[in-house]
Design a protein around this ligand. Structure first.
Ligand code: HEC
Ligand code: HEC
Length: 429
């Protein structure tokens, strides 16, 4: 093995490179002209086009010919960039409902980006401060796992953006799991849950992970007994649920109530939305506009959480290969759902690397893949009639963004970062 491949840190880069080098060239033949904002070169070169996202004087050209790889549009001169920033600052000083319209496919009804709403607590599991405090203790307590070694916080660590910083997590007895641990910030506003959307509520989710033999490997009776042995838990459960018996369902309710209080809203983008327009850099302002227009991100990442709550196929199912993950198909058993994953939130995304359901990509790699329209798998001969062969979302098209554009998009995503959090809850003796 060449030395580079021996360092695991290099793997995501190598994989991303391999995907780009091997998958994309084959996939870009015969692609139609992208539907995302395309400014024709003959358009008035001096007019800004905030409604399409094309900056002034930088026409976006689509190369003709058999290979429809979209050439990066030319970079702006410093003067063009300065004047573009000035225009965007004026437009984005307005309330979000007055911003230039998002550029999305005609099938999509995007909800505007904005400040986070209050997280609703369901009537079956109403909010109380005592319940949330109890749920916080349980979240950090390894007593909930079969081995007594794993807490929710082992894989959802507040100091790591409520993820674990790993490509894929280690489960019970340190067995490697198949998917990346999602960040739990604002999870009370996201549904369905899990990368494949297999559960609807946080209560169901907590039970699922507690019982999963590869993950926490808990057993209801054991968990109930272990917690009942702790005087502080007996007292707290009695205060919250009103009787002496600790049940597994109550454990899940308390944990879910706590999760609904894991909320963000302190990012620079939030400050910007509240009127502090100087907190976004020039690059981030351009990135915000690109995100909403030419880059097409609002097709799926929209609304205050930056997620449409739907599942999409981004071409990352690794169908028929070692890393295969069929995503939504595992849940619905419907061919149309092969390789679909739920759109993740992008709030605080720069703090939760690595990315995607398989945790294989750095942020720059994700943006490069989007720019190339994401990989399109080609059917091998034996797959010609395969009804399960995954179809990439038609919402993804080559974007033709240049390097500066990608840096601007990244600057905008960085403005979604939340201040770091340290939580050290004392566990009961
Ligand atoms: C061993 C690591 C690990 C532990 C321990 C763990 N999780 Fe997770 N969690 C994951 C992984 C991996 C996923 C994604 C799995 C999938 O989508 O199939 C996940 C998904 C989730 C989700 C769904 C988030 C989303 O955006 O859809 C929630 C909520 C969650 N976990 C909460 C918890 C809670 C509560 C606990 C403790 C009861 C817990 N987790 C314990 C690794 C872990
Ligand atoms: C067709 C819908 C769609 C579009 C368009 C889209 N995304 Fe995504 N995005 C997703 C889905 C679905 C995932 C998760 C895919 C997976 O894990 O396989 C994702 C994942 C991501 C991630 C990784 C997040 C994480 O926590 O792992 C980032 C970053 C991201 N998208 C940014 C963007 C940006 C920037 C754009 C615009 C250039 C964009 N997305 C356009 C649906 C979309």
């Amino acid at each position: 093995m060449p030395p580079l491949l021996r360092t695991t840190a290099a793997w995501p880069l190598v994989l991303a490179w391999v995907m780009l080098a091997v998958v994309f060239p084959a996939s870009l033949h015969g692609q139609a002209t992208p539907e995302v904002a395309v400014e024709s070169p003959s358009a008035d070169a001096t007019a800004a086009s905030p409604s399409t996202g094309a900056p002034p004087s930088v026409p976006h050209t689509v190369p003709q010919g058999a290979v429809m790889r979209l050439a990066a549009r030319p970079p702006m001169t410093p003067e063009q960039r300065a004047s573009w920033v000035a225009q965007l600052r004026e437009l984005y000083a307005e309330a979000p409902n007055l911003w230039p319209p998002a550029v999305v496919d005609s099938s999509v009804r995007p909800v505007e980006l904005g400040l986070l709403p209050e997280v609703p607590h369901p009537s079956e599991n109403p909010f109380s401060k005592e319940k949330v405090d109890l749920g916080r203790l349980l979240f950090f307590d390894p007593r909930l796992s079969g081995s007594g070694q794993l807490a929710c916080a082992s894989c959802h660590d507040p100091e790591l953006g409520w993820g674990d910083g790993r490509s894929t997590s280690f489960g019970h007895a340190r067995q490697p799991l198949r998917r990346n641990a999602p960040a739990l910030l604002n999870v009370g506003l996201i549904s369905p849950l899990f990368w494949d959307g297999r559960v609807a509520t946080l209560e169901q989710q907590a039970m699922a992970v507690l019982l999963n033999p590869s993950e926490m490997r808990g057993e209801p009776a054991v968990i109930e007994q272990r917690l009942s042995d702790v005087p502080e838990y007996r007292e707290r459960f009695r205060d919250v649920f009103g009787d002496d018996e600790i049940t597994f369902a109550e454990v899940a309710q308390a944990v879910a109530a706590f999760e609904r209080t894991i909320v963000g809203g302190r990012s620079r983008f939030d400050a910007f939305l509240k009127g502090r327009h100087d907190v976004l850099s020039d690059s981030a302002i351009i990135g915000l506009h690109l995100f909403r227009t030419q880059a097409g991100c609002m097709n799926c990442h929209h609304g205050p959480t930056f997620s449409d709550g739907k599942l999409h196929n981004l071409g990352l199912s690794y169908y028929g290969r070692k890393l295969e993950d069929l995503g939504g198909y595992h849940v619905t058993k419907t061919a149309a759902d092969v390789g679909k994953f739920r759109t993740p939130s992008l709030r605080n995304v720069t703090a939760t690397r690595p990315y995607m359901h398989n945790g294989l990509f750095p942020l720059a790699g994700v943006l490069t893949m989007y720019n190339a329209g994401m990989p399109t798998l080609r059917r091998k001969t034996e797959q010609v009639d395969d009804p399960l062969f995954p179809e990439k979302s038609p919402l993804l098209k080559p974007l033709g963004l240049n390097r500066q554009d990608l840096r601007d998009l990244e600057a905008f995503l960085t403005s979604l970062e939340e201040p770091p959090l340290r939580i050290r809850p004392p566990l009961p003796e």
